[in-house]
Design a protein. Structure first.
Length: 96
């Protein structure tokens, strides 16, 4: 899974991506490196017994991310399963 961003100008909101993904089967948040298809600590009824849903798969508990600011011609690609957005609140004031 790849996502790409191509900036056509120097104006706009930056792209923000986090190392969080969402398990497509359960809706649980998982950090990068976790296994979407692994049940983790679930009981026989499918209930999640994890005390910490943020720690799935690789033992990592720190949320990491990056911000890519628009620059004409810049191309960005990343794991498309990551949570990402272009929040307008992060736009430079002179571009609003």
């Amino acid at each position: 899974h790849f996502s790409t961003v191509m900036y056509l100008s120097n104006i706009g909101a930056p792209t923000v991506a986090l190392n969080y993904r969402i398990n497509t089967f359960t809706g649980d948040y998982i950090l990068s490196g976790g296994d979407d298809h692994q049940d983790g600590n679930r009981d026989e009824n499918g209930n999640n017994n994890n005390n910490n849903n943020n720690n799935r798969g690789n033992g990592e508990t720190t949320v990491k991310g990056y911000v890519s600011w628009p620059k004409k011609g810049k191309h960005l690609s990343f794991d498309g399963r990551f949570l990402y957005a272009a929040p307008s609140d992060f736009m430079k004031k002179e571009h609003i």
